[in-house]
Ligand binder design. Sequence first.
Ligand code: IMP
Ligand code: MG
Length: 188
Amino acid sequence: MMNETQSYPLLFSQEQIAAKVSEIGAAITKDYAGQKVVLVGVLKGAAIFLADLARQIDLTCTFDFVAVSSYRGARKTSGAVQLIKDLDHSVEDRNIILVEDILDSGLTLRFLQRHFQGHKPRSLKVAALLDKPAGRKEHVEADYVGFPIEDHFVVGYGMDYAEHFRNLPDIRILPESAVAKIDAEPHK
Ligand code: IMP
Ligand code: MG
């Protein structure tokens, strides 16, 4: 059976993603040599990136996760970021690497940076697999960026539209026809 998602325009293949993730992992390993890091994933979109990135980092490393909400099933941010799940462990005096799937308006990152500063980490850096600079509303940048992209709405490798497509192994541009189909579902 041919899955129809294979007809969505391909932006980055599994191979391209894997090569980039291993570059970022190597850069982190070098930058934090001799230190420990806490990878903090932003649920749910960053889960797959974090899982792959962690295995490319050759340091003593722990995981934690936060969850935020601002999209509510739409493709543009509503502007109001809410913390749904906080860290499980103290990050006081720790090196946090915040792991994000994609940086768009920057509102989520700005909110999380403020939030984490309150937890008194030793350092705070950001790794974002994708970056859409054209969408920026807040003056924030990631320290490690996988790929800068144009202002497309993308899915796969953890990223969703209304919770769909997170399990696609590559990153694809979501076509309008797919949006219409999902929006028409009774329980999207
Ligand atoms: P920001 O607060 O606008 O920077 O948005 C960051 C979050 O919005 C990301 O972590 C994603 O969850 C979501 N997001 C932004 N652009 C896309 C996209 O193209 N596809 C899927 N999710 C996106
Ligand atoms: Mg996200």
